[in-house]
Design a protein around this ligand. Structure first.
Ligand SMILES: NC(=O)c1ccc[n+]([C@@H]2O[C@H](COP(=O)([O-])OP(=O)(O)OC[C@H]3O[C@@H](n4cnc5c(N)ncnc54)[C@H](O)[C@@H]3O)[C@@H](O)[C@H]2O)c1
Length: 390
C-alpha cells in the first residue's frame, strides 16, 4: 500500500519533458492587465510562439508586445479580425473583460481554435449555454482560467473529501472575499456594468465556489435564492484615498457583496457569500458537513478567496462516543512554478496531447449557473430554478 502511495506521489510531482519539435502558435485577445500574466507564463514555455494579438483600443496590442519584448506579433483591432486573418492558430487566450468572454470564445471555437478563457466564464446563463454548445460542436478545447485548481492547498481539500471520510455531504458554507478590495486601481472595467457584468460575485466568487464544488464532484445546481448589493462601491467615501472617488462611485454598476442559498442535486445545500468590500474582517470559515465528519477550511482574515486559507484544514469526527478533531498538515507549496504557470502549461499540454482540459466547461457551467443564478434571482427578488437543458 505504501509503495502505491509513494508511486502516486512521485507521479504527481514528476515533470513531463516538453517536446519542442512542434511549437504551438498562440494569439492573445485583449491585452490588458491579466494578459501580462498570460504573456509572462507563455514566454516561459519552450514550445509556444506568440504570433498574434488583438485589442479594441487602437495601439494597445502593439504597445503590449513591445513592452514584453516580443517582435513580429501581428496585431488586430478585435478578435474577429485576428481569427479571420490568422489561419493556423493553435489556441487563443481570451483576456478580455467579462462581457466579451462568450463572444470571443465562441468565435474562436467556431473557427476551430482552442481557447483558454479567463474567469469568470461569462456573465449570463444564456452565454454559458451558448459557450457549452459551441465547445461541444467544435471538438476543440475550452479551458477556463481557474488557476487555484493548481494550488496544492485547493487540491488537498479535494483529496481529503475524496477519501470519503466525511460520509454523505449535506451542507456547505463557503465564500469569503475582501474587506477593502474593490479593484479600481487597474482601471474601471471591473466596476462598470457594461464591461464586467458581475462584480465580486463573478470576479472572486467563482473561485470560492470552485474550491468546494470541485472537491465534491460538481453536483448540479437546482435552485438559487440570490442577493446582491453595492452600498460601499457606490459610496464616494469608500475611495477617499484614491484620486477619483466621485468617478469610481458614479461608474460603479456591479455588486460589491453577494449571497446565495443554493440547492444542489443529491440533497446538498450551499450557503455562499462573497464581498469585495465590507466592514468586517471575514465572512467566516468554509465548513463542509457530512454524515460521518465535517471539514473546516479556515478563512484568512481581510482577504480570502483564492487558495488563501488561514490555517490548516481541521477534520471533526465522533469516534467511540468522543468528539475528535484532527489537524491535517498543510500541503507544501511547489517551488519555482506558479499556479498561473501551471494553468498555462495545462492548456498547452491539452492541445498537444489532444486530451480533455483539466478545467472543463462540463463542470464550470454549474459554477457559472450559480453565479448568474444569484444575479438573476437578486434582480427578480425571488428564488429561481436553474434550467440549463444541456
Ligand atoms: N486569473 C486571474 O488571476 C485574473 C486576474 C485578474 C483578472 N482576470 C480576468 O481577466 C479578464 C480581463 O481583466 P483585465 O483586468 O485584464 O481587464 P482590462 O480591462 O485591463 O483588459 C481587457 C482588454 O480586453 C480588450 N477587449 C475587450 N473586448 C475585446 C475584443 N472583442 N477584442 C479584442 N480586445 C477586447 C479591452 O479593450 C481591454 O484592453 C477579466 O475577465 C478578469 O476577471 C483574471
Amino acid at each position: 500500500m505504501a509503495n502505491i502511495l509513494d508511486a502516486f506521489q512521485e507521479n504527481q510531482e514528476a515533470k513531463k519533458a516538453i517536446d519542442t519539435s512542434k511549437k504551438l502558435k498562440i494569439g492573445i485577445i485583449g491585452t490588458g492587465w491579466i494578459a501580462d500574466a498570460h504573456m509572462a507564463s507563455y514566454l516561459k514555455q519552450p514550445d509556444i510562439e506568440i504570433v498574434a494579438g488583438a485589442d479594441l483600443i487602437p495601439g494597445k496590442a502593439e504597445a503590449f508586445f513591445k513592452k514584453h519584448g516580443v517582435e513580429g506579433v501581428r496585431c488586430y483591432p478585435d478578435h474577429k479580425a485576428m481569427i479571420d486573418a490568422e489561419k493556423d492558430l493553435d489556441g487563443v487566450s481570451v483576456c478580455t473583460y467579462n462581457a466579451t468572454h462568450a463572444e470571443c470564445s465562441i468565435y474562436a471555437l467556431e473557427h476551430g481554435v482552442n481557447v483558454l478563457l479567463e474567469k469568470p466564464m461569462c456573465v449570463t446563463m444564456e452565454e454559458a449555454k451558448a459557450l457549452y454548445k459551441a465547445e461541444k460542436a467544435s471538438g476543440k478545447i475550452l479551458s477556463i482560467g481557474f488557476q487555484p485548481r493548481f494550488d496544492p492547498v485547493m487540491q488537498q481539500i479535494k483529496k481529503v473529501v475524496s477519501t470519503g471520510v466525511l460520509g454523505k455531504i449535506y451542507y456547505i458554507q463557503t465564500g469569503g472575499g475582501r474587506r477593502h478590495g474593490i479593484p479600481t486601481p487597474f482601471g474601471t472595467t471591473f466596476i462598470e456594468k457594461k464591461t464586467a457584468g458581475l462584480g465580486a460575485l463573478g470576479d472572486i466568487g467563482c473561485y470560492a465556489l470552485d474550491a468546494v464544488l470541485n472537491a465534491i464532484g460538481y453536483p448540479k445546481p437546482l435552485t438559487v435564492t440570490g442577493y446582491k448589493s453595492a452600498y460601499l462601491g457606490k459610496n464616494p467615501n469608500y475611495y477617499i484615498w484614491d484620486n477619483k472617488p466621485a468617478e469610481y462611485a458614479d461608474l460603479f454598476g456591479v455588486d460589491d457583496f453577494a449571497a446565495g442559498f443554493v440547492r444542489l442535486e443529491n440533497d446538498i445545500i450551499l450557503d455562499f457569500r462573497i464581498s469585495w468590500a465590507m466592514h468586517a474582517d471575514t465572512m467566516g470559515d468554509t465548513i463542509i458537513l457530512g454524515t460521518e465528519g465535517a471539514l473546516r477550511i479556515p478563512a484568512k482574515k481581510d482577504e480570502c478567496w483564492n487558495g488563501t486559507i488561514g490555517g490548516p484544514l481541521v477534520l471533526y469526527q465522533s469516534i467511540a462516543g468522543k468528539q475528535v478533531e484532527t489537524v491535517i498538515p498543510r500541503e507544501k507549496e511547489i517551488e519555482g512554478e506558479s499556479n498561473f504557470d501551471r494553468k498555462i502549461r495545462s492548456f498547452a499540454d491539452a492541445i498537444k496531447d489532444n486530451t480533455v482540459t483539466p478545467i472543463s466547461i462540463d463542470e464550470i457551467i454549474y459554477n457559472q449557473a450559480i453565479l448568474s443564478g444569484i444575479a438573476e434571482s437578486a434582480e427578480l427578488g425571488h428564488e429561481i430554478e436553474i434550467k440549463l437543458d444541456l
